[in-house]
Design a protein around this ligand. Sequence first.
Ligand code: ATP
Ligand code: MG
Length: 449
Amino acid sequence: MRLTKYFLPVLKEEPKEAEIVSHRLMLRAGMIRQQASGIYSWLPLGYKVLQKVQRIIEEEQNRAGAIELLMPTLQPADLWRESGRYDAYGKEMLRIKDRSDRDLIYGPTNEEMITDIFRSAIKSYKDLPLILYHIQWKFRDEIRPRFGTMRSREFLMKDAYTFDLNQENAVKSYNKMFVSYLRTFYRLGIPAIPMRAETGPIGGDLSHEFIVLAKTGESEVFCHADLLEKNIPSIDLDYDGDLSKIVDDWTSLFAATEDVASEEDLIANVPSDKRISARGIEVGQTFYFADKYSKPMGADVTDSNGKQVSVFCGSYGIGLTRIVPAIIEASHDENGIIWPISVAPFEVILINLRAKDDECSNVCQDIYNKLKKANIDVVYDDRDQGAGAKFATADLIGIPLQLIIGPRGVKSGEAELKIRKSGEKENIPLENAVQKIIDLIVPNRRDKD
Ligand code: ATP
Ligand code: MG
């Protein structure tokens, strides 16, 4: 992509309405635009990040054996009357009437609809276990939308649903999702800690919130410091094998949200040099709720004895549009965003310091072509602008590598390579530039481990 042909409406001024750094930076970097309270457009740069986040989530869900489908945003109210949640959900649910006066809702979640899909097709234990998921917009009429897309009213969520014959198998499915979450958040560059959580309006008895520690987080949390150092299960993992050891290993150390534990619990359970009492951002949650929906909605299967039984279910959410600001909260400096390579909108920015100079532009064009050919996600700053403005934009939008080419370097056969994260700069021979970038990017995409 060439910046002269792109749509990147960066802001020069500090947006006054933004209270936290991720919101400020997403507005300044031209990633989002607010259209109404808690409702946002995703502009090209932001949307590119969102799509990379989505791809990683899909890869890890699929790897764990979950199957993707797509349910609508609008749902008939009658389904929610069956489960009893149409009345129970309250004002957070957006209720709509169509032209025939039928009640619809804009889905805040999809337990009812997925249970309806399940019961329409699955009748036998032989078709279990089953894990279905989708990535779709949700609406919750939050009383206080704030912090940009961190807490919005319309937001994009991945929600998965597991169906099993009995509790023992349902826990196996829960463990699959639990482990896939560890891998997902690691690949997204925000190692999130699973913490014991309250189950809330979705109900049930086994639940974890996946929390990214951050000063601006809305949740108060307590945990054992060793959880920050734990190894992430590798890609070679067998999802049909025994995952309980991995889950036990993570859950045996104390970690809980303030809804289920207190500072006193932390003190009682963790040695003093290992206590973490902090704030965090909830980026995902796993719930096991057994037959809470399957029973009232008649989602039964026949078991091996020919008996009708309600299926045992769980639901598993990840907030995609919250993850993007969460990554920024975890990774930025005074000049802007610092994207992890795996979700960076572009992996490298090629900065032409003299766009009007033919020699400079030819060298840049050649490198640009070679990077594209090597499948490096490159953006080419070919704008006729001063160096200072170009550096500021590159830092602000957080591209991991900057390759800087100017007339002096072209004469001496050199380019400057800057690493956004460390600020390190290095002169490299022009003929090595492409290979050097490949070597820095490809092994660090976190797609092979
Ligand atoms: P919160 O406690 O932050 O209100 P929740 O526990 O009600 O969230 P869940 O029902 O667990 O949310 O939804 C799954 C995921 O969806 C959350 O972990 C979060 O990442 C995301 N999410 C929920 N509400 C919002 C929102 N208003 N804006 C952005 N993301 C959200
Ligand atoms: Mg939650």
